[in-house]
Design a binder for this molecule. Sequence first.
Ligand code: ADP
Ligand code: MG
Length: 359
Amino acid sequence: MNLIGEHTDYNDGFVMPAAIDFYTWVRVSPLETRKLHIRSENYGEEVEIDLDDPNIVAQRRWSDYPIGVAVMLERAGHRLRGARLEIRGEVPIGSGLSSSAALEVATACALTAISGLKIDKRELALICQQAENEFVGARVGIMDQFVSLFGQAHKALMLDCRSLDFKLLPVPDNVRLIICNTMVKHALASSAYNERRAECEAGVKHLQSYLPHVKALRDVTFEQLEQYGRDLPDVVYRRCRHVITEDERVLSAATALERRDLNEFGKLMGESHRSLRDDYEVSSTELDTMVELAQTVEGVYGARMTGGGFGGCTVNLVSVEHTEEFRARVADGYERAMKLKPEIYVCNASDGAEEVRQD
Ligand code: ADP
Ligand code: MG
C-alpha cells in the first residue's frame, strides 16, 4: 500500500509504500516432471503447464500471473524444477492493494526455493514486474513487487524508482495504517492512466527544449516548471505540477518520519490528495468523500487516496486508540453518503515475502 508518492513511479520519481499484514500463501511441493500444477483456492481452479513447452501464452485468466513469473524466471536463465503450487490469497482482489504483485512475488519465492535457486531480491522484483508487463500485459511500475519483497515490519520504504535505491523509515507503533475500500472501480481507470502518462511525456518533451538534461519529470524542479512551463497547455502544466510537487512531498515525508513527526506527515498526505484531485484529476466522488469523512475523526493524522485512482482505496494514518471510532464513523458516514458499504482494513507495516517452513 502506498503511503505517499502517487503517479510518480513512471516519472522516475519517489514512492513510499509499506507492506501490509495481508498475505498470499503459495504452498509448493516438487514434481518429478518439468510441469507446474497450479491451483488457486480463491478461484477453485487448477491449471497445468509444461515448462519445456516453448509456446506458453497468456490466457487472460488468473493463472497468467504465476505462469508469467515461471516463464520470466526461465527466460532470465534460471532453470526451474517441476512443482505443484497451491495458492491461497487474503489480499482483496482488484482493490488496488496489489493482490497481483503479492501473487507474483509469492510464486517467485516458492519456485526459486523448490528449485534451489538464490536470486537477488531486486532481480526477483524486476522479473515479477516483467511477468505482469510482458506476459499478463499490464503496464505497471516496480513499486508493488518491490515492497512485497523488501517491506519490513514497522517500516515504510522510500523507493527511488529510477535507481531502485531505497530507505526504510520508522512507522511509530502508536499508529495504524487504515485502508478504506470505496468498493468502486470506475471503468475510466486504465484509459485515464495511459492519458496521464502521455501528458507527462508531453511535458518532458517541452521542458527538454530548455533543459536538455531532463529525462523524466523527476529531473525538473518546481522553479524550473514555473520558469519554462508557462506556455504548456494548462492540463499538461497541472499534470507536471502534481508529479513535481509529489516528489517533493515524498522527500519531505521521509524527513518527517525520521523525526517521528506524524502531524507533518499527515499534512503532506492531505496535500497529496488535493494535488491528485485538482491537478492530476484522478480522484472520484467516492474517494473524496472517504477522505473528507476521515478528516473529521479524532486521532487521524492524514488521509488520502492510494493507488491509481478513480475508485479503489484510501489510506489513513490513525492513532491506535482511535481505530474503532474511525472504523465506525467512516463506515457509517460513507454508507449514508454513497449508499454503499465500504470495507475497512486496519493494517500494520509488515515484513515482505518470506519462506515459511511447514514441518
Ligand atoms: P490488484 O492487484 O489491485 O488486486 P489486479 O487486477 O492487478 O488487481 O490483479 C488481480 C488479479 O490477480 C486477479 O484478477 C487474479 O487474476 C490475480 N490474483 C490475485 N490474487 C489471486 C489468488 N489468490 N488466486 C488466483 N489469482 C489471483
Ligand atoms: Mg495489481
